[in-house]
Design a protein around this ligand. Sequence first.
Ligand code: APR
Ligand code: PHB
Length: 388
Amino acid sequence: MRTQVAIIGAGPAGLLLSHLLHLNGIESVVLESRTRADIEATIRAGVLEQGTMDILNEAGVGERMRREGAVHHGIELAFGGQRHRIDLTGLTGKAITVYPQHEVIIDLVAARQAAGGQLLFGVRKVAVAGIDTDRPVVSFEHHDVEQKVEADFVIGCDGFHGISRPLIPAAERQVHERIYPFGWFGVLVEAPPSSDELIYAQHQRGFVLISTRSPTVQRLYFQCDPHDRVENWSDDRIWAEFHTRMENGDGWKVKEGRIFQKNIIGMRSFVSTPMQSGRLFLAGDSAHIVPPTGAKGMNLAIADVKLLSRALETFYKKNDTVLLQSYTSDALKRVWRAEFFSWWMTRLLHTFDGASSFDQMIQRAELDNIVSSRALSTALAENYVGAF
Ligand code: APR
Ligand code: PHB
């Protein structure tokens, strides 16, 4: 096989890149190790920045998102028994849309297939050779047949555990990382929304996020020990934790329902630089991870591929490599701002074992400052909606 761009991984990054390239007349092949059913059903993030929506709309894959996504104009911060609204739209002129990542995946797979795109699921043993030449080759097994695809470029969109990042020579690579001493216990619940807007809550027993997936399915998280096990948490124990952390006696209650999925997510901040070497480029989680507190993961992946598609288009249309050469530094500007915001939101809202009473009072003072200052609320809102 021969193609212009070989893409490893059919997450939001790989699928959208393939589609943006197609819209510019550039051919690609996407290699995905999981099945279509699996990638279309895996529950991940849920918040789209306005800029992400714009990109999906421009790419012609936004129709269902516009129809089924829920536009939110604010979020709430809860602490000290009170809730405080951050008016995202009033402060920034922008909004966010709650539309689950796996729905984005479903829309992108449909668009790629309708356009006759080459999208191979269930590939195994993906390996790459010759990224330091102008004819890199990706080899893999598909339906037990060994195959090779020769390309001009290889793009690693294969997430944090993929094979692409380690292809960048160790001598060139630098990793910046923080692993947090807590995780999120996430549940999917059949219930109506407890709140019209997302609630980020700080409580002595730990952080809570009240999010949503649809009018009938809610996504709730509470801070937990990252080494805990879901088997340790009965439904009753989970609801007791939400009620204790969220309710202050004013009559508002978290709405219960049937819990149909439980999982524990670890939290890390991670950036690997450079995001390119020779003819290999990384996008999305393969190059960087943020803790979910700022809701930035999918938005960053999509911002990366927007830059990459422009850089590849400039290469193919003008034979100009300037945007390819500056890809890492262009992408990292947004990446580091999102890393900062996600780390800051995480620090602001979580309970840290061993925090002194001074640390706790400072955390409360920072929250008080944010909700009482238009300037600080605006800074939070700008970062949250991605207004830059
Ligand atoms: N060969 C082929 N495919 C692979 C390989 C491999 N060796 N390793 C991983 N993959 C696939 C995974 O199965 C997955 O479908 O690459 C895809 C990577 O997708 P994501 O992990 O969703 O990464 P990305 O597209 O960068 O999107 C980032 O995902 O984790 C969330 O919060 C994160 O929302 C953010 C988004
Ligand atoms: C989610 O709905 O899964 C979600 C929303 C906001 C976040 C993180 C996760 O900050």
